[in-house]
Design a protein around this ligand. Structure first.
Ligand SMILES: Nc1nc2c(ncn2[C@@H]2O[C@H](COP(=O)(O)OP(=O)(O)OP(=O)(O)O)[C@@H](O)[C@H]2O)c(=O)[nH]1
Ligand SMILES: [Mg+2]
Length: 299
């Protein structure tokens, strides 16, 4: 029996719900989700098996999460945009995720550079709109129905059944052998996921520019049967930010640590010891070489 396998670039504006959808589809919280924009910084693969009952064909859909399409001067944001565009180039199909609460501007911008790449539209967050408004929004997208393969109005947060969407994607995938083990949810290493979960806690516990001017490096992981010991560093750009991350009586860093630890414990179903230390790496998000040190290679 021939198998299908291919890459599906998950593209959309910041905050559309791309990472929420991907966590949902693999049934694990792996990717950082935040109500703040520009949460995702690098591509991440999510591997989803699919069996087409009618044809008996087996598929491996590799969804690739990307940073939201955003046009900003800052070097880190330029890396993020490049990263999303690279994934777009390298994918077999695109899943464009748009929030139903947004205008069509983001989708129209996407159509400009998409050329003829096959794509499916997921119109997300319909739980926030009335039936009438949802229908009106779908009608606006229908103007472009010759461009997309299908449109799926849904809620990544609330829906549980994504079968029809997966079937449509599976149908368009090329015939190819599986690239990953059929049990894998992602090819990320556990320490990469720890980094995302700690970053998520930073995003959700700090405000203003701090989430955007901080990053996390997991320095060391010591595994044993009973406990996972994780030693990580939070980097910020200025001394004043360091004090804010720590907070008075170290309350903020304790809160970040507690929430990250609980998320990791839930993921690996094991007790976790998490040590977080805060360091200053001056202007790290604004200089090429420093960005490279954090794994964001802009060239
Ligand atoms: N009400 C509602 N909220 C949603 C839904 N899907 C995602 N969200 C919320 O939208 C916000 C953004 O979600 P993310 O998954 O981080 O969005 P993203 O597209 O990955 O964002 P970037 O990584 O910044 O590009 C979070 O607060 C989610 O909880 C949905 O179906 N309904
Ligand atoms: Mg994201």
């Amino acid at each position: 029996m021939k198998t299908k396998c291919g890459f599906v670039g998950v593209i959309g504006k910041p905050n559309a719900g791309k990472s929420t959808f991907l966590n949902k589809i693999v049934g694990q919280n792996i990717a950082l989700v935040s109500h703040k924009v520009n949460a995702t910084r690098k591509r991440m693969n999510f591997i989803v098996p699919f069996e087409d009952i009618a044809s008996g064909e087996m598929g491996q859909i590799i969804f690739v999460d990307t940073p939201g399409l955003d046009y900003q001067e800052k070097l880190l944001n330029q890396f993020m945009l490049k990263e999303a565009l690279r994934v777009h180039q390298e994918s077999d199909i695109i899943l464009f995720i748009a929030s139903a609460t947004d205008t069509l501007e983001g989708y129209e911008e996407f159509l400009h550079f998409n050329e003829n790449k096959p794509h499916v539209v997921l119109l997300n967050k319909i739980d926030l709109l009335s039936q009438e408004k949802i229908l009106a929004k779908i009608a606006l997208y229908q103007k472009y129905q010759d461009k997309f393969l299908a449109i799926f109005p849904m809620s990544a947060k609330k829906d549980e059944n994504f079968h029809q969407l997966l079937k449509t994607i599976h149908t368009s995938l090329p015939y190819a052998p599986f690239l990953f083990d059929s049990e894998d949810l992602t090819d990320l290493k556990l320490r990469d996921i720890y980094k995302e979960l700690i970053r998520e806690s930073v995003f959700n516990n700090l405000s203003d520019e701090l989430p955007y001017e901080s990053d996390v490096v997991v320095e060391k992981v010591i595994e044993s049967d009973k406990i996972e010991k994780i030693f990580a560093k939070i980097f910020v750009e200025k001394e004043s930010q360091k004090s804010m991350v720590i907070g008075s009586n170290a309350n903020t860093i304790k809160r970040i640590g507690k929430s990250a630890r609980e998320k990791i414990e839930h993921l690996i179903q094991k007790k976790v010891f998490l040590q977080l230390n805060v360091f200053v790496h001056k202007s790290w998000s604004k200089e090429k070489d420093k960005l490279k040190f954090f794994g964001y290679d802009i060239d």
